[in-house]
Design a protein around this ligand. Structure first.
Ligand code: HDE
Length: 745
């Protein structure tokens, strides 16, 4: 059989020839990581370059050993008193192997348990150097980064496509210490004061009695909380909109949410909000897709990120800042900059780009890197400081605290992925899992026994200085400023900024989620909140639930929409997008090869879908073309566009008993029922569809040939060129049905 080239996502690094059929028996050392992979930098626990090659951090030698390096002869049988006798306590290898296995898991994160990480680099543009002394912003300064994207609610093994907020946490290993920008893909948060965090998390996590539902907000406790605690309405609106179901981590914005303070070389300060802008634009899947993905490929986002990096389609984001004067009241245009439930529209204060982040390497070990990475908003560097945002202030306690349990003690900073790339001389000593071997006798200050080391940093040597921001005379109390009281106008601002299609999706999401609640009081209370946000939205959701729509109870001010909040109306690059090419018995291999080449040239991934795989696919397509999917294994969700490249009559396994997706009796119709199903889904998902030759007949038979966003080409290359005119808009927006009920809002 001909050997296929390595394809993205294939496991391990056994080279182009793949693994041998027989179990290898000639002793050889461990294989290196795959070319797209990297591990943490090989610095010491105290941040100093060790010069150790990365592979020396991994397992070594040709032979199986104990954890202490003694070579072993047999790992398949435990030591027993004869072949039929009991196991012996003496069997160290058995006990070590099982005992270590018993302790392989660490507690998952309380929130953001499911994530995916990658290594990369951040390059400063120099544009922020006038407002911050942080070296990371200097022109052309390159800083290594590690990014972890995550969902918030679900457990570690939950689906990527839950309707949820996404974490967007970046660790910048700067020369001046590590800076962690621990943000989300939504610019506002559910609560204004950190003391409410356990409440919102308890409400959205599965119900404590049965521990269901997993990774979802569509249940009573969540809606109970957000309808009672109305400051959550703005964030919830973003979750119900398409932002809650991103197409890819590569296609999400990121936000620092809180207002931070930057300090310039001359000591002057500004307030800023951080934004990550993806080069590929902000895109979402449809709710139908999200549900299909959760069943068909729950690792969808994780796979997409890793495949893109492996294929060299490196994801990029520009970091930008909205800059505000550091005034005494910390307000801008009536918006309290310390209130994390508010945004400042980009139309009022534009986002100024300050640098570019490129993700270039996948992890080589998920546990060591993505699971053990520990972010901490306290990790700040000279020139970047916090403000008094009451949510941020609480986070400054939480992250350091949580790692002590999650990573088993106070030395989690010494885990390879968490090690700073700057010198560490901290006088922190001992504790569980201490891996530094500190020298000297005087981990205290002042001392004379270690020559006075470590010294306090004089101003000229760039110390981190807590900015001496004035604190207004006040009384000690449990209260928030009155400027935090408006809970509805920005939820309205967001909703009014959406296109009609996006508004419809949002109304459907509310209807779905509230429709999953059992308690009438909870639904009714949420409808009251919606009435204050937008009466037409409230009416649409109430109609969907079969309930009367309440009247607004508050006089919420009118708002000016922010067009930047909508995902519709612009065009974007297509790097790493996937195009399904459907083939059948009368396929022209030359034309399919031309289509594959055209997709490839456009920086996208062609996936040929054949009636069946293996030898049959080779007979159909020849040895130069490969079928990556079959009618059995393909599903609409992995394609951003579909090209029908030939006839697609029912394949031999188009029978209910062989593939339950078929849904009709064997041999019925002229088009394979799986192809029909796929085209129907792709049509509803408003993705571009193309055809050439006999493929046009397939589209005619399925009823889509003359529809919006359906193109025909004279051949494979031409058809792809036609698709390329549609795909940059992300969807064929006019294909989404609207009802007109939200058009005027
Ligand atoms: Fe977090 N958050 N958070 N959070 N958060 C955690 O820290 C917490 C908040 C965010 O990929 C935990 O290491 C409190 C806002 C991300 O490892 C924990 C409050 C924002 C991640 C924690 C917030 C975030 C976390 C769980 C209210 C956006 C994942 C494990 C004051 C700006 C980081 C851990 C990763 C993780 C606490 C609110 C983002 C428990 C108390 C607002 C991206 O410490």
């Amino acid at each position: 059989m001909t050997q296929q080239p390595r394809i993205p996502g294939s496991p391990g690094n056994t080279g182009d020839s793949g693994p041998q059929m027989e179990e290898p028996t000639t002793p050889a050392g461990p294989l290196p990581p795959a070319p797209d992979q990297s591990g943490p930098a090989t610095v010491s626990p105290t941040g100093q370059e060790t010069g150790t090659p990365q592979e020396k951090m991994a397992q070594g030698g040709e032979f199986l050993t104990t954890a202490h390096g003694a070579r072993l002869k047999d790992s398949d049988h435990s030591l027993r008193a004869g072949p039929r006798g009991p196991a012996l306590l003496q069997d160290h290898h058995f006990r070590e192997k099982i005992s270590h296995f018993d302790h392989e898991r660490i507690p998952e994160r309380v929130v953001h348990a499911r994530g995916a990480g990658a290594h990369g680099v951040f390059r400063g543009y120099g544009t922020a150097s006038r407002i911050s002394r942080a070296g990371v912003f200097a022109q052309d300064k390159e800083t290594e980064v590690f990014v972890r994207f995550s969902t918030v609610v679900g457990s570690r093994g939950s689906t990527d496509l839950a309707r949820d907020t996404r974490g967007f946490a970046t660790k910048f290993y700067t020369d001046e210490g590590t800076w962690d920008l621990v943000g989300n893909n939504i610019p506002v948060f559910f609560i204004q004061d950190a003391i409410k965090f356990p409440d919102v998390v308890h409400a959205v996590k599965p119900h404590p009695d049965r521990e269901i539902p997993q990774a979802q907000s569509a249940h009573d406790t969540f809606w109970d909380f957000v309808s009672l605690h109305t400051e959550a309405q703005h964030h919830t609106m973003w979750n119900m909109a398409d932002r809650g179901i991103p197409r890819s981590y590569r296609m999400m914005e990121g936000f620092g949410i809180h207002t931070f303070r930057l300090i310039a070389e001359d000591g002057s300060t500004v307030l800023v909000k951080f934004h990550w802008k993806p080069k590929l634009g902000v895109h979402s899947v449809t709710w139908e897709e999200a549900q299909l993905i959760s069943g068909a490929d729950p690792d969808f986002h994780r796979r997409d990120l890793a495949d893109a990096i492996e294929a060299g389609a490196f994801p990029e984001w520009e970091l930008g800042v909205q800059v505000f004067e550091d005034t005494e009241d910390q307000m801008f245009a009536g918006i309290d900059l310390l209130d994390p439930t508010k945004i400042v529209p980009e139309e009022l204060v534009p986002v100024e780009p300050v640098g570019l982040m490129t993700l270039t390497k996948n992890t080589s070990n998920y546990f060591a890197e993505t699971e053990q990475v520990a972010f901490n908003p306290n990790n700040l560097v000279p020139g970047i400081d916090v403000t008094n945002d009451p949510l941020l202030q609480g986070r400054l306690f939480s992250y350091l605290d949580t790692q002590i349990t999650r990573l088993g003690g106070p030395n989690w900073n010494q885990l390879p992925i968490n090690r700073p790339h700057a010198d560490v001389n901290d006088m922190l000593r001992d504790g569980m899992h201490q891996t530094a071997v500190h020298a000297g006798v005087a981990p205290y200050r002042p001392n004379s026994l270690d020559g006075g080391n470590p010294f306090e940093t004089p101003d000229g040597d760039r110390p981190f200085i807590d900015h001496p921001a004035p604190v207004a005379a006040s009384v000690k109390e449990r209260a928030l400023p009155a400027t935090f009281d408006d809970h509805f106008s920005q939820a309205r601002l967001f909703f009014h900024s959406l296109s009609e299609v996006e508004k419809e999706h949002t109304a459907q999401a509310y209807t779905f989620e509230l429709g999953k609640c059992y308690e009438q009081a909870v639904r009714e209370r949420q409808l009251r909140a919606l009435a204050n946000i937008d009466p037409a939205l409230c009416q649409a959701v109430a109609d969907g639930l079969g309930m009367p729509a309440p009247k607004p109870s508050l006089d919420v001010p009118e708002v000016t929409p922010s067009p930047a909040l909508s995902q519709v109306g612009r065009t974007w690059p297509l790097d790493g997008r996937q195009v399904g090419i459907l083939v059948g018995p009368k396929v022209s291999t030359g034309e399919v090869a031309a289509a594959v080449a055209a997709v490839d040239r456009a920086g996208m991934v062609p996936l040929v879908v054949a009636p069946s795989g293996g030898e049959a696919a080779t007979r159909l397509l020849g040895k130069d073309l490969m079928a990556q999917r079959t009618y059995l294994t393909a599903r609409s969700i992995e394609f951003d566009a579909v090209l029908v490249a030939s006839d697609t009559p029912p394949a031999p396994d188009a029978a209910n008993g062989l593939d339950s997706k078929v849904g009709v009796p064997a041999g019925a119709g002229t088009v394979d029922p799986r192809v029909e199903l796929l085209l129907g889904e792709v049509w509803r998902q408003a993705k571009a569809i193309g055809a050439f030759g006999a493929g046009e007949e397939v589209l005619r038979a399925a009823g889509y040939l003359d529809g919006a966003g359906v193109v025909s080409g004279s051949g494979g290359d031409d058809a792809v060129q036609q698709l390329l005119t549609l795909m940059p808009a992300h969807r064929v927006w006019e294909r989404f049905p609207t009802t007109g009920r939200l058009a005027a809002t």
